[in-house]
Design a protein around this ligand. Sequence first.
Ligand code: FUB
Length: 322
Amino acid sequence: MIKFGLSSVFLALALVAPTAAFGQQPITNRFSADPSPHVFDGEYYVYATDDASNSGRYWDSTAWRLYASKDMRTWVDKGAPLDVTVFKWARPDAKAWAPEVAYRHGKYFFYAPVGGDKIGVAVADRPEGPFHDARSDALVDKSRDANVGAEPIDPAVFIDKDGQAYLFFGTRMPKIVKLRPDMVTLDGPIRDLAIEGFPQDDPKKKYGEAPFLHARGGTYYFSFSTGWPGQIVYATSTSPMGPFRYQGLILDYLSISTNHQAIIEHGGNTWLFYHDNLLPGGGSERRSITFAPLRYNPDGSIQEVKRPAKAVEHPVLPISGG
Ligand code: FUB
């Protein structure tokens, strides 16, 4: 029988503990939601809805939040890179919901749902800002544009390998519109995105919100939340414009009313970012961001991500101030 000394046991635990933490702990002890994760110049950035500054009764914060990390273990709170007052056309108390950021031509573009009926776009030279309004009006405006749906929120930008950029957004019906190379102008009509093949025996399997597109090989994966509460599910297509075919579950219902995901690939790894109820005092309006490895089967289908059964009891990662 091989005997291990206590010190070698501690050493072994120390070596495995950081990996085990992935997907089990919030990236910050500040309430935050709707992650928009990115890798810019080898550093990880997560733009977020700031649940810490809302009323606790509704998602009525008016600024977004940014967290950064060099190793995905220690995250730095970079403060508020943008607030709604940057958009002069917006009411100063307009709610700031799920953000998206895209990089192109040396600029960082911040797609900001403002007030539930408009999406603004701001631009900066650095990931942390300062961001300024890239237009003098909204990029998407329910009172101006056709076919924006009930709520033009939850923007997600995908830039294809041919350079074409697409903006996805919307609740209950996913919307897609091309962006011009300047990234701040719509190019053509806003269209409904078709998703076919939802299971006939499950009326809860439908599009709710949180659209997100990523590609792997020649396949486009469109993931989204099924509603309130929602599961994260996905559909696939051979084109970003669809039609997409329903495939299956990525992340099951949480204990809170919303579910919102984003997927990044870096260094050969794929990560699912989402929000959950992981912090003391948390709930549907006080969410927390975490992430987990996303794995594919040999046929390209996505394996379900199983969140820890008692995730809420996991300790909080250390955080340093920004
Ligand atoms: O954070 C406000 C809203 O909750 C987002 O826009 C939705 O995606 C949901 O997460």
